[in-house]
Ligand binder design. Structure first.
Ligand code: TYM
Length: 341
């Protein structure tokens, strides 16, 4: 039974604190289990972007993952486009997923719709399923916004296994207990995101301390005046409390009881976030592009063996090769891997 974990990060913009608390930190904290982390550059192409910027952001994302504590001696870190198996399994799973399923995904509803929308934005959750199913994954540590995609992955894996035999491990999503959906500081109704319309409420991991402080001091709260943890009715203050809690390892309710005014809460949050990000920024700036490229190349090489074996197993189960189908988790053997691979 697999205990492997995977998480991916889309280089559509600079990483922000929601990425850190929702996924990077849980990934880093759990590296005693076999862990795979990748830069989801193919996913970034579902919306318009510039090739040079994509290249730069991919390296920046990888560098920030390393600076945040992803340990390449234990964890496999690679760039998705370096592993052709992602695109291959994606197509095979497109023959299992339905149009209705893809169309119901929230992210397509939010960002897609018009006739100029890229087709890849519709099918991207199926690519995400391929990312996960390639590696016999048990656990997917992600923010809450990705839950629906992991549910789709589970549905596709189970449907495939029913139809073609037990090829895939069925994964489950895990979320952090607090800040599984960190909100934008300027608009607590929306999640903090790399590509939000305004960056006023988004704390980027590479923001200088004075910028972090300014954004936090201007965070939207409410007129109630008293500090209380109530995410439903007091989203702005509760978001600050969650932010301070994750930055200090404390509990939002306990922090609330120790604060009386919004000003002091914001100052404490700013101090804690700056202290949290300072060592990450320092480690990031000490990395060279070559360091990062080397880690990515070695990671892709390590990831390829299992991924290629999964593709071979999937093809065999679907009747695409003369090999006999094999079970999930079984090693690649000469009988299950076609000679050409
Ligand atoms: P992406 O790049 O949008 O976000 C990367 C991770 O950060 C989490 N996250 C948040 N968590 C809490 N609060 C927030 N405000 C916040 N914003 C982002 C996301 O939930 C995610 O875990 N489709 C994925 C990338 C992906 C992937 C995968 C992830 C592709 N294939 C396979 C896991 C497994 C995405 O767009 O994440």
């Amino acid at each position: 039974m697999s205990d492997r974990r995977i998480s991916g990060f889309k280089p559509t913009g600079p990483l922000q604190l929601g990425n850190y608390v929702g996924a990077i930190r849980p990934v880093v904290d759990g590296q005693d289990q076999p862990t795979i982390v990748f830069v989801a550059d193919l996913h970034a192409m579902t919306v318009p972007g510039d090739p040079q910027r994509l290249r730069e952001l991919s390296l920046q994302v990888a560098g920030l993952l390393l600076a945040s504590g992803v340990d390449p001696r234990r964890t496999i870190l690679y760039r998705q486009s370096d592993l052709p198996a992602h695109a291959e399994l994606h197509y095979l799973l497109e023959c299992v997923a339905t149009y209705g399923e893809a169309h119901r995904m929230i992210q397509f509803k939010e960002k897609g719709g018009g006739s100029g929308t890229r087709l890849s934005l519709l099918t991207y959750p199926v690519l995400m399923a391929a990312d996960i199913l390639l590696h016999d994954i048990a656990e997917v540590p992600v923010g809450r916004d990705q839950r629906q995609h992991v549910e789709l992955t589970r549905d596709l894996a189970m449907r495939f296994n029913e139809r073609h035999g037990p090829v895939f491990t069925v994964p489950r999503a895990t979320h952090p207990a607090i800040a599984a959906r960190l909100a934008d500081l300027a608009d607590p109704a929306v999640k903090m995101g790399k590509t939000n319309a305004s960056s006023n409420g988004v704390l980027f991991l590479l923001d200088p301390p004075d910028v972090l402080r300014r954004k936090i001091m201007r965070a939207v709260t409410d007129t109630a005046g008293e500090v209380a943890y109530d995410p439903e009715n007091r989203p702005g203050v509760s978001n600050l409390l969650e932010l301070l809690a994750v930055a200090t390892g404390d509990d939002p309710r306990r922090i609330a009881s120790g604060h009386t005014g919004y000003g002091a809460l914001k100052r404490a949050t700013a101090d804690a976030v700056i202290a949290l990000l300072e060592p990450i920024q320092r480690r990031y700036h000490a990395l060279s592009e070559d360091d990062i490229e080397q880690v990515l190349a070695a990671g892709a090489e390590r990831a390829a063996e299992r991924a290629d074996a999964t593709v071979a197993r999937t093809k065999a189960a679907m009747g695409l090769s003369s090999a006999r189908p094999a079970r999930a988790g079984s090693p690649a053997t000469p009988e299950t891997v076609p000679a050409s691979r």
